[in-house]
Design a protein around this ligand. Structure first.
Ligand code: NAD
Length: 508
């Protein structure tokens, strides 16, 4: 493929654009056309980025800046993310195939408010606090300082690169850390732009560095780097396990946001108009390539046929097409590899005895000859032991499972190694909340999906991850508590030293 005439993007290390001998070709998932080229980072680039981050951290131009001043710089960055959202949408969807409406609502639409939340946290977080305690035998004052950890590494996937980057960059910067972000090979553009914006807004050089590079080489190098203090990762559970292993060498702090296989329980009192549209929204937004998507719809026996009929009728109205067209409902999946993976799961479903009620393959039509397309697909007769019910498909594929009692529904819902999100469709909120209490998931949505607020914690139970992003505790993951104890006893005979020294000092 000729790269003549296309824009070339470079890495962002120590406040400067840095090129590399090799490059990635960024391909439009909708047309397979070359969008641009991007410098392909190496282990040496990762080392340079970590060294810059360490130097900046030790220098203190950010790490020791008063938190309210960090907050001001971060507010300026949040403002720019809002102002530049059109350009960021273009960069995001050109590489990952999300539709313009999805990018405006979620992928880029969430970026400025989420960054702003962390800017506000920089100003309000209790970096220093005094704790009243009666536990010590002598009077004391006890302070807790929450210090930045040092150099953080963030490894992000391709589905929500800008936003998932911000979920790590935001709290890291708010707490005074330096950070090196490794983008996914396919989708580096929006985060490279964020690094430029941040520096234009006054972030000192070296504090935020963005490198590209192959995961098993550059990502793994960062995860085991002796001078990296914390690794934050979003991606597959398999790579999450590897990151844990790599980070263990120097006992790094880690936070992991991994896969999901969320159950959506449709209760027998659900408003079916809302539940049917909501179940499709929950599963198929961004072609189903979201870790928190509701991919297993649990339907009571008595409503099964009606619900399936309605799901098929509504899903058949989803318009596939050019992601940049405002009227398009669903774009392609991100890559040929991802398309083939999804098709493989559909083959497995058929072999296992599931029925394809809608879709089930690549769409017909000249428009879909190029690009990586999968039809909106509804599978019925799915049982929870089938591969499609157990593994993350990451495509627009809704699995419908039957249940005959609420006990059975809860058991099926929890019968998964994952625990990121779950959902309930019901017209009785009290009853739904009682069911929610029995579900093992980091987030339970009742009568909605994809509702992620920066003020509320997000993360997984079981093999869906470790730690929580967002919420008031987000900065806890990027700080190290330091307890400073000041003893207030002025008289030796009132001290506790006699636990060892029973003889009074000479002359007393
Ligand atoms: P992945 O986990 O392989 O990649 C995510 C990030 O990790 C990328 O930046 C990649 O370069 C990096 N990486 C890969 N191998 C690494 C290693 N050995 N050490 C360090 N970093 C490494 O995900 P994928 O291959 O893009 O997608 C595969 C599947 O993962 C998807 O089909 C989906 O099921 C799941 N996934 C989940 C999420 C999520 O948000 N939880 C996001 C993307 C993919």
């Amino acid at each position: 493929m000729s790269t003549v005439g296309v824009r070339h993007h470079q890495l962002f290390i120590d406040g400067a654009q840095i090129d590399a001998p090799d490059h990635y070709e960024i391909i439009s998932p909708a047309t397979e056309q070359l969008v641009c080229t991007v410098a392909k980072g190496t282990v040496a680039h990762a080392d340079a980025a970590v060294a810059a981050a360490r130097r900046a951290f030790e220098e203190g131009s950010w790490s020791r800046k008063p938190p309210h001043e960090r907050s001001q710089v971060m507010r300026a960055i949040a403002d720019r993310l809002g102002e530049d959202s059109e350009q960021l949408c273009e960069l995001e969807i050109a590489a990952n195939g999300a539709t313009l409406r999805q990018a405006m609502a979620f992928l880029v639409g969430y970026a400025a408010p989420h960054f702003l939340y962390f800017a506000e946290q920089a100003a309000s977080y209790p970096f220093e606090s005094t704790v009243a305690t009666a536990a010590y035998p002598t009077a004391s004052s006890n302070r807790i300082h929450r210090d930045p950890i040092g150099v953080c590494a963030a490894i992000v996937p391709w589905n929500f690169p800008l936003l998932l980057g911000i979920w790590k960059i935001g709290p890291a910067l708010a707490a005074g850390n330096s950070i090196v972000v490794k983008t996914d090979e396919k989708t580096p553009l929006s985060l490279l732009r964020l690094a430029e914006i941040a520096h234009e807004c006054g972030l000192p050089k070296g504090v935020l560095n963005v490198v590209t590079g192959d995961g098993p080489e550059v990502g793994a190098h960062l995860a085991s780097h002796p001078d990296v203090d914390k690794v934050a990762f979003t991606g597959s559970t398999a790579v999450g396990r590897e990151i844990m292993r790599l980070a263990s060498g120097t006992v790094k702090r880690i936070s992991l946001e991994l896969g999901g296989k969320a159950p959506a329980i449709l209760l027998d009192d659900a408003d079916l108009d809302i539940a049917v549209d909501g179940a499709l929204f929950g599963c198929m937004l961004y072609s189903g390539q979201i870790c928190e998507s509701g991919t297993r719809l649990l339907v009571p026996d008595a409503l099964h046929d009606e619900v399936v009929e309605r799901l098929v009728a509504r899903a058949a109205t989803i318009r596939l097409g050019d992601p940049a067209d405002f009227d398009t409902d669903m774009g392609p999946v991100v890559s040929a590899r991802q398309r083939d993976r999804v098709l493989g799961y559909l083959d497995a479903a058929r072999r296992d005895g599931a029925r394809v009620a809608l879709g089930g393959g690549a769409p017909d039509g000249a428009q879909f000859e190029r690009g990586f397309w999968i039809e909106p697909t509804i599978l019925t007769d799915v049982t929870n032991d089938m591969t499609v019910a157990r593994e993350e498909i990451f495509g627009p594929v809704l699995c419908v499972l039957r249940y005959s009692s609420l006990e059975e529904a809860v058991a099926i819902a929890n019968d998964t190694p994952y625990g990121l999100t779950a959902g309930i469709w019901s017209s009785d909120p009290e009853r739904a909340i009682e069911v929610a209490e029995r579900l093992r998931a980091g987030t339970v949505w009742i009568n909605n999906w994809h509702q992620i607020d920066p003020a509320l914690p997000f993360g997984g139970c079981k093999q869906s991850g470790l730690g929580r992003e967002l919420g008031q505790g987000a900065l806890d993951e990027y700080t190290e508590p330091r307890h400073v104890h000041v003893d207030l006893t002025t008289r030796l005979d009132r001290h506790i030293f006699d636990a060892l020294l029973s003889e009074p000092p000479a002359g007393r």
